[in-house]
Design a protein around this ligand. Structure first.
Ligand code: SF4
Length: 350
């Protein structure tokens, strides 16, 4: 289905008068009428349906993530993530706490999926991820959520913990595209992803927003339910994401439309392996990779049972982490992380 400039504007105006203009940096080089999010381009090329079929086939003996449970999800069998056959959503709402280039003035359109394939002991959304709070909905209803987020002015569709429901997301996105969805898709994942599965998303996802939680297998196994393969698996996943979407840089309007944005949560007592992580990104991905060194670790869920992670981080630990990022040569650090560092430095000097 070709989308002309008139179609594009008409579909945009249909959503409560919210005019969705393409990013200036893209429209300047390609012409406004040509700009579409990745999934839209794939659909126009007639390739999206085949990706959906590929993804659906994997659900029959589920290997969507590195746990590779082999259960028949379509028949309702549950694997490690405990996800049922229908997609479960806890909330779909604008979120203003994400990275500035995702939030803009209208917020990031977050869709929080219930359940999780990683299940960390310090999970900050444990009632959703571990306990599975949320509602089972149809793909059509998920598409409606996406369209509502667009209608109220969100700048992207931010899919939080999407790994175990990727096929449902693809189906819903296709439905939503035909009803006028034109926002970039943000794949907001723990990073524990199989490269083979990510290849199905090549060209579909506009922005990858993965965590990189650990550099050591022992830490991953201890704090993320035995996932000792996390460092190696996630590093391979990050390289694949970078290959697909490249470096993330905001457009002239300050918003992000494409690229890889890596999150790394600093943990107490160097549990997250920040020094090794920052070196690896600079050397193996690219020094200008967008990296958000996050300071908001707090004791949640079962973290109090584990002495090394049973406290918040100190200002000194955060400053040390940012120093390592700079020493590694990373040049595209998240602006808010730089602001936090400046505050901690001022407090230290005072
Ligand atoms: S998505 Fe769930 S069922 Fe499928 S392999 Fe991963 S944990 Fe197992």
């Amino acid at each position: 289905m070709a989308t002309t400039r008139r179609d594009f504007l008409a579909s945009s105006l249909a959503f409560g008068g919210t005019l969705l203009l393409p990013p200036a940096h893209l429209s300047a080089s390609t012409g406004a009428s040509e700009w579409l999010p990745g999934y839209g381009r794939l659909e126009q090329q007639g390739k999206l349906e085949a990706r959906i079929e590929q993804a659906d086939a994997i659900l029959e003996a589920c290997e969507l993530c590195p746990r590779r449970c082999g259960v028949d999800r379509g028949a309702g069998d549950k694997g490690y993530c405990r996800a049922p056959s229908r997609v479960m959503v806890y909330a779909a709402q604008p979120h203003f706490g994400e990275e500035v280039s995702l939030v803009g003035s209208g917020g990031s359109g977050t869709v929080f999926f219930s359940n999780c394939n990683l299940r960390c002991v310090f999970c900050q959304n444990w009632s959703i991820a571990h306990k599975g709070m949320g509602n089972r909905i149809s793909d059509e209803r998920l598409a409606d959520h996406m369209l509502r987020l667009q209608r109220i002015g969100c700048h992207n569709i931010n899919l939080v913990t999407p790994t175990h429901v990727m096929p449902h997301i693809l189906r819903a996105t296709r439905i939503a595209f035909h009803k006028g969805l034109r926002l970039p898709l943000v794949y907001n994942t723990s990073g524990y992803e199989r490269v083979e599965i990510l290849r199905i998303l090549d060209g579909v996802v506009d922005i990858y927003l993965p965590d990189c939680k650990y550099a050591e297998s022992t830490m991953a196994a201890k704090y993320s339910s035995g996932a000792d393969s996390y460092p190696a698996v996630t590093q391979a996943a990050l390289l694949e994401m970078h290959r697909q979407v490249g470096v993330a840089k905001p457009a002239e309007d300050g918003l992000m439309y494409r690229g890889l944005m890596i999150r790394h949560l600093v943990m107490p007592n160097r549990v997250a392996g920040t020094r090794e992580f920052t070196r690896w990104v600079a050397e193996e991905v690219s020094p200008d990779t967008y990296v958000n060194i996050m300071s908001q670790y707090h004791v949640a869920y079962r973290a109090a049972e584990f002495p090394r992670i049973a406290r918040a981080i100190t200002a000194g630990e955060y400053l040390e982490a940012m120093d390592w990022a700079e020493q590694a040569g990373l040049t595209n650090l998240d602006p808010r992380s730089l602001a936090v560092r400046a505050v901690y430095r001022r407090r230290g000097a005072a």
